[in-house]
Ligand binder design. Structure first.
Ligand SMILES: CC(C)(COP(=O)(O)OP(=O)(O)OC[C@H]1O[C@@H](n2cnc3c(N)ncnc32)[C@H](O)[C@@H]1OP(=O)(O)O)[C@@H](O)C(=O)NCCC(=O)NCCS
Length: 138
């Protein structure tokens, strides 16, 4: 799904079997890396990656056919609540490409506040992409 990969920094496109195997190894290690299912069908994913500085980075995606129905917001909100209840005080950051207004709206609905600007290297675009940074504390 190029529409999804182009907005994510760590998802290459085209996506190979070996990319999927690498990702599954990461998923196994991280208790806060969850899949979103609708009636037994995989429709997305949401994760909190440990940045090893007492903060986490939030990431999420939803399959194109399911956009605009509140799934990303519901899944990310659930994961933030689970992480908060398991580890206590929680600091989460997020980096969203400047053009990704939908994702920025998701972050605002989750209670994230804007903190500035940055740039990340995108595997799918093979280029640095300007981002807005967000932060959440619970
Ligand atoms: C970003 C993404 C996860 C959103 O998933 P989703 O399930 O459609 O999101 P939700 O339905 O929970 O919320 C979308 C919000 O954006 C709003 N929105 C939709 N189109 C919009 C637009 N053009 N401009 C502004 N807001 C828009 C929706 O109305 C909704 O907000 P609302 O509930 O206040 O109306 C999905 O588009 C995706 O997977 N994109 C590719 C990967 C990606 O960008 N991941 C995030 C990287 S930071």
């Amino acid at each position: 799904m190029p529409e999804v990969a182009k907005n994510l920094s760590r998802v290459p496109h085209p996506y190979t079997l070996s990319d999927a195997e690498d990702w599954l190894a990461v998923v196994k290690e991280n208790p806060f890396n969850l899949s979103i299912f609708l009636n037994d069908e995989l429709i997305g994913g949401v994760s909190l990656s440990d940045r090893r500085d007492n903060s986490y980075e939030l990431g999420y995606w939803v399959g194109v056919d399911y956009w605009g129905q509140g799934f990303a917001t519901e899944a990310a909100s659930g994961l933030l609540n689970v992480a908060h209840s398991q580890i206590g005080s929680l600091v989460v950051v997020a980096n969203v490409y400047k053009e990704n207004v939908v994702s920025a709206q998701v972050l605002r609905k989750l209670g994230f506040t804007p903190t500035g600007e940055d740039e990340v290297f995108s595997l799918s675009r093979q280029a640095r992409v300007p981002t807005f940074t967000y932060r959440y504390e619970a």
